[in-house]
Design a binder for this molecule. Sequence first.
Ligand SMILES: Nc1ncnc2c1ncn2[C@@H]1O[C@H](COP(=O)(O)OP(=O)(O)OP(=O)(O)O)[C@@H](O)[C@H]1O
Ligand SMILES: [Mg+2]
Length: 234
Amino acid sequence: MLELKKVYHYYGKAKALEEINLTVEDNSLDAVIGPNGAGKTTLLRAISGLEEIDRGRIIFNGERIDELEAHEIAGRGIAHCPERRRLFYDMTVMENIQLGAFTLKDKAKYSKLLDFVFEIFPRLHERMKQRAGTLSGGEQQMLAIARSLMANPKLLLLDEPSLGLAPKVKSRIFEAILQIKQEGTTTLLVEQDAVLAMAVADTIYVLEDGKIEMSGTREELEKEPRIKRVYLGI
Ligand SMILES: Nc1ncnc2c1ncn2[C@@H]1O[C@H](COP(=O)(O)OP(=O)(O)OP(=O)(O)O)[C@@H](O)[C@H]1O
Ligand SMILES: [Mg+2]
């Protein structure tokens, strides 16, 4: 579904992404893990067209998208759930959800999506009329994911869904991510919590200092002494 080929990105002279090769298959849930400043957010922003890449290609469903505008990429079916949620805090939960679906014309599809997001996040249903700014951190993250899902994406990009959340709430969010996978939405997740990310992902990419240092399944990566030490603390 998605392929990055030798992608480079610079901020001025500073290299943020270096020769990134990455493939996301249809219906998979893949994860990019790595420390602060590794380039994880930059990678997702490059895919969704919020950063222009300096070299390489990004191909989505057979079509080159790295020269398209962000809104065109969104129109192809890529939804980006950004770091730190970026909700409309003065609007209600329901209004935020509806905004996610603003390009969706199909009324029946809209109802189905709404049922699905309320099924995975019943908390949002209970709080439909509450202002987004008054939600807890975990609820805000649920709302950010729900809003992205309402665009009916083919590919969902999730930037650090567990950021700043308590362990129990993190687990709740990751259960929802698995439900999203089961429902058939391909997902590329970026996460600092390597233990959680590795528990759910089909393929894991280890991004360090702008480069993919290693990739593989959880079983493969768990055999690597350095992964154990640095990311799994064992
Ligand atoms: N707009 C920008 N201008 C200049 N440098 C930037 C910009 N955005 C990010 N960078 C730099 O690029 C590098 C990668 O940043 P990025 O935000 O992609 O990392 P990250 O892996 O998402 O980190 P975190 O886990 O802290 O979110 C960092 O060194 C950062 O300082
Ligand atoms: Mg980031």
